[in-house]
Write a protein that binds this ligand. Sequence first.
Ligand SMILES: *[C@@H]1O[C@H](CO)[C@@H](O)[C@H](O)[C@H]1NC(C)=O
Ligand SMILES: *[C@@H]1O[C@H](CO)[C@@H](O)[C@H](O)[C@H]1NC(C)=O
Ligand SMILES: *[C@@H]1O[C@H](CO)[C@@H](O)[C@H](O)[C@H]1NC(C)=O
Ligand SMILES: *[C@@H]1O[C@H](CO)[C@@H](O)[C@H](O)[C@H]1NC(C)=O
Ligand SMILES: *[C@@H]1O[C@H](CO)[C@@H](O)[C@H](O)[C@H]1NC(C)=O
Ligand SMILES: *[C@@H]1O[C@H](CO)[C@@H](O)[C@H](O)[C@H]1NC(C)=O
Ligand SMILES: *[C@@H]1O[C@H](CO)[C@@H](O)[C@H](O)[C@H]1NC(C)=O
Ligand SMILES: *[C@@H]1O[C@H](CO)[C@@H](O)[C@H](O)[C@H]1NC(C)=O
Ligand SMILES: *[C@@H]1O[C@H](CO)[C@@H](O)[C@H](O)[C@H]1NC(C)=O
Length: 425
Amino acid sequence: MTPAKLLSLFAAIAAVAQTSQCPQNVHGQASQMMASNIARSQGAAASSSGTGLIELGIFYQALRESIAATNDTADKQTWTAYLHNSTATAIPLFTNATSAIGLPLDRFSIGTEMMRQSHETQSASLLSAISTLQDSLAHQPRNTNGGLWYYDNRNNLTAYRNLSYTDGMYSYPTFAILSAGNGTRQSDAVGPAAVLKQLEILAAICDDGTGLLVHGYDALKAHGWADPETGASPSVWGRSQAWYTLGVLEALEALEALQSATSHVMTLDLKVSYSNMKLLFNSLIKAQIVALERALQINDRYGVWQVVDLPGASINGSQNFIETSASLMTAYFLLKSVRLNILEDTKLRNKAIKAGVGLWENIFETHVTRNANGTLDLSGTSSIASLSAQIVNAKYYFDRPTANNSLIGTSAFILASLELEKLCG
Ligand SMILES: *[C@@H]1O[C@H](CO)[C@@H](O)[C@H](O)[C@H]1NC(C)=O
Ligand SMILES: *[C@@H]1O[C@H](CO)[C@@H](O)[C@H](O)[C@H]1NC(C)=O
Ligand SMILES: *[C@@H]1O[C@H](CO)[C@@H](O)[C@H](O)[C@H]1NC(C)=O
Ligand SMILES: *[C@@H]1O[C@H](CO)[C@@H](O)[C@H](O)[C@H]1NC(C)=O
Ligand SMILES: *[C@@H]1O[C@H](CO)[C@@H](O)[C@H](O)[C@H]1NC(C)=O
Ligand SMILES: *[C@@H]1O[C@H](CO)[C@@H](O)[C@H](O)[C@H]1NC(C)=O
Ligand SMILES: *[C@@H]1O[C@H](CO)[C@@H](O)[C@H](O)[C@H]1NC(C)=O
Ligand SMILES: *[C@@H]1O[C@H](CO)[C@@H](O)[C@H](O)[C@H]1NC(C)=O
Ligand SMILES: *[C@@H]1O[C@H](CO)[C@@H](O)[C@H](O)[C@H]1NC(C)=O
């Protein structure tokens, strides 16, 4: 047995040993939440809300993983049709590259699903939308450091120009990796090296000194909240950090798939990008586990606080709170990274399993309710938070209203529940 195989065998044994911590009630929750979303007609089409694109992106990920996990042929058919129908409604958004540039980087999470689907259906209209998205990526405005703007919002350029958000790294990396094909189509916007560069630019500026990432930065340092030296924003917002971290994990998975498909021509470039992204992911998780253990001491439960670096705080009567979408996304990427064997240290892996299970249990017990007709509701998901305003402080995030059945939260619930089903067998 090679050392790598031995290692993954030990990892598998360790994971099985953890199943004693498995919650009794996890089985079937993911499919019930999916059925509930569909009963509410959510995610059937692109919405025009500020989070409209990214919420479809994560919902498509939840649909795709649900379809792969179920053995129920009726569910498989319904969910596949729902996914295809919804994706088709997004095609008209991407017919003109110049206007697509005016949408946030979130658009690429839809593009990722379009690329995966086009391999299955060979639809010409999907291919055309993908090509428009790729053109729009090549012309996305950048800062002088090479960092991509998050949102070239032409209706309000003063508020949005030269801002880079960690949120953008959920959507951009996997799309950019898939767009490089087997690695032969590289540029400064697509391919593993380009992705690593974007991740590193953001991490260098947004690291708060403990390995946690603040929401974003202003390259012009023109916003009132911008650090005068670095341009960094002041707070670690749970969801934006979760988007970034999840994006790194998805990129690693896409690179692994690429590696196994083209192992005989694996370029040095791909190897270097992969190992650097893996290091980055491990250091993000180390810092986030520290934050989760601090949260555990405050509340006796695992949870991701809305403002991660101020757990339990209140400011002038506004209170920080446990935010459900970030908590569930975190449960998902912790458990998935264990399954994919991305966490290298045994201690870290065990902590990740414990925190992943604990996050899911806490949110399930405190924020998921079942209606008389059987549908599931999830509460406590933060509304959109933006860096476009002049004043963005911790109190701003504390004061964000929370929504029930936000597609971001319910999709993260589905993904985390499926991952827990895989762990628990
Ligand atoms: C689906 O079927 C596979 C293979 O028969 C089995 O391993 C798996 O546990 C089943 N999954 C569920 C959710 O029943
Ligand atoms: C998908 O669209 C087709 C054609 O418009 C429609 O007949 C079907 O009911 C839709 N399926 C789902 C699951 O929404
Ligand atoms: C594409 O969009 C741009 C900006 O909205 C517009 O000026 C241009 O006319 C459009 N091109 C086509 C072919 O529709
Ligand atoms: C801001 O973005 C514009 C457009 O891409 C770019 O020309 C300029 O250099 C950027 N400024 C900084 C400080 O990054
Ligand atoms: C990579 O893709 C290019 C262009 O799509 C193709 O010509 C080449 O054969 C592919 N190489 C491998 C190893 O798959
Ligand atoms: C809290 O209230 C005090 C007194 O009204 C005010 O001076 C201060 O700016 C407030 N802090 C924040 C962060 O809003
Ligand atoms: C199920 O019950 C909830 C809560 O009463 C309600 O909001 C929802 O519309 C119902 N859904 C269906 C499909 O009947
Ligand atoms: C531009 O964005 C700022 C900050 O979000 C907002 O206060 C302002 O109302 C916006 N202006 C327009 C014209 O939408
Ligand atoms: C959201 O859900 C919570 C918890 O179930 C409930 O107390 C609250 O009334 C709901 N809010 C709305 C606007 O439906």
